[in-house]
Design a protein around this ligand. Structure first.
Ligand code: GLY
Ligand code: MN
Length: 361
């Protein structure tokens, strides 16, 4: 695992940075292996240090060893200790130290700036660690596969439980319980369950609403396994045969998803893949009702760069994992979304999600 640190140092050298401060929990875990909830990485060309508190010392020492980090305990003021640590490496040299401008909060930035007293330039950066995190290694893909499999199996167990009279909250709770029973460490994000007209809310939070026969029900959920996430959505009709309109819209969303799954391959940009699905939905007259991007990368976090979206110019590369999740939402009527997780391969994609796609399960 020390190769992550070595690769990151190459990036630092290419960006002309003497050192780097990591505040983001996911980047901290990726580079150091540390899974605790609190700590900061201070990485220079020669040394890599995790500063954490008393609660985590033993765990951190064990977890970071293979990643090439030393663990140091910080006294009560974490950010003053971070500044001290950097000062010890600055050698009065006016060197450039990078920080994550999308994660370091202003208060901590101010403390650092005051304490460093001009001994180095704090340089804002964005997405530097993500450049390494983007392409998943075999170990990372194994964890994602397992998370996806847990979610598939939990969904299969949940299907017989989807009955009129149950509330959205009960269904979310059952799904989360099944995932835990199947080995998940937790849910990848708060489970979405939206039924009847509420299924028009792309991110409907589960409520006490009871499912009625003939309702559309959308569930969007995922598992965490070894820190890595799955993401999954299916829409079904509960307790009745689908109406013609429900079936027609379902078939449209499925056709859009299949167009993207069949067409996406290395060398295309995220926006080109997004267009594969969007054109199908727009051609049927529902373009304004597909108001979000087609997908996003994921891993240690549920939403990672790059995306499959109208504005994403990132070129697809083998080893990058994406969701593919077109949807159509009609206010007052309901909505439909179908989401799989795929990994880009040399010639196209491998779909990791195995759950069937049927409006009437
Ligand atoms: N599954 C939640 C999302 O992608 O936003
Ligand atoms: Mn998603």
């Amino acid at each position: 695992m020390k190769e992550r640190l070595a690769e990151f140092r190459q990036l630092l050298a290419a960006e002309n940075l003497e050192g780097f401060i990591v505040a983001s929990p996911a980047n901290r875990r990726y580079l150091s292996g540390f899974t605790g909830s609190s700590g900061v990485l201070v990485i220079s060309r020669e040394e890599a240090v995790l500063l954490t508190d008393f609660r985590y010392l033993d765990q951190a020492t064990e977890q970071t060893q293979a990643y090439g980090f030393q663990v140091k305990k910080h006294p009560p003021e974490l950010w003053e200790t971070v500044a001290e640590e950097i000062k010890g490496k600055c050698a009065g040299g006016r060197s450039r130290w990078g920080f994550e401008s999308d994660h370091l909060v202003e208060k901590h930035y101010r403390t650092l700036k005051e304490q460093l007293d001009g001994c180095c330039f704090l340089t804002p950066t964005e997405g530097l660690v993500n450049r390494l995190r983007r392409k998943k290694t075999g170990v990372e893909l194994d964890a994602i596969r397992k998370a996806v499999e847990i979610t598939d199996r939990a969904w299969a167990r949940l299907l017989p439980e989807l009955k009129p009279g149950r509330t959205e909250k009960e269904i979310a709770a059952l799904f989360e319980f099944f995932q835990r029973e199947l080995g998940a460490e937790g849910t990848a994000f708060p489970t979405i369950v939206a039924s009847g007209p509420r299924s028009a809310l792309p991110h409907g939070e589960p409520t006490d609403r009871q499912i009625e026969a003939g309702d559309l029900l959308t569930l969007d959920g995922g598992a965490i396994y070894n820190g890595y996430r799955s993401d999954f959505t299916r829409t079904v009709v509960v307790g009745a045969e689908p109406t013609a309109q429900q079936q027609a819209l379902y078939d449209l969303v499925l056709k859009a998803q299949q167009a993207a799954l069949a067409g996406m391959k290395p060398g295309m940009t995220g926006k080109e893949v997004d267009a594969l699905a969007r054109e199908v939905i727009a051609a049927a007259g529902y373009g304004d009702h597909f108001g979000h991007g087609l997908g996003h990368s994921l891993g240690l976090e549920i939403h990672e760069a790059p995306r499959l979206a109208l504005t994403d110019e990132t070129v697809l590369e083998p080893g990058v994992v994406y969701t593919v999740e077109p949807g159509v939402y009609l206010t007052g009527w309901g909505g439909i979304r179908i989401e799989d997780v795929v990994v880009v391969t040399a010639g196209g994609i491998e779909n990791l999600t195995g759950s069937p796609k049927r409006l009437k399960p």
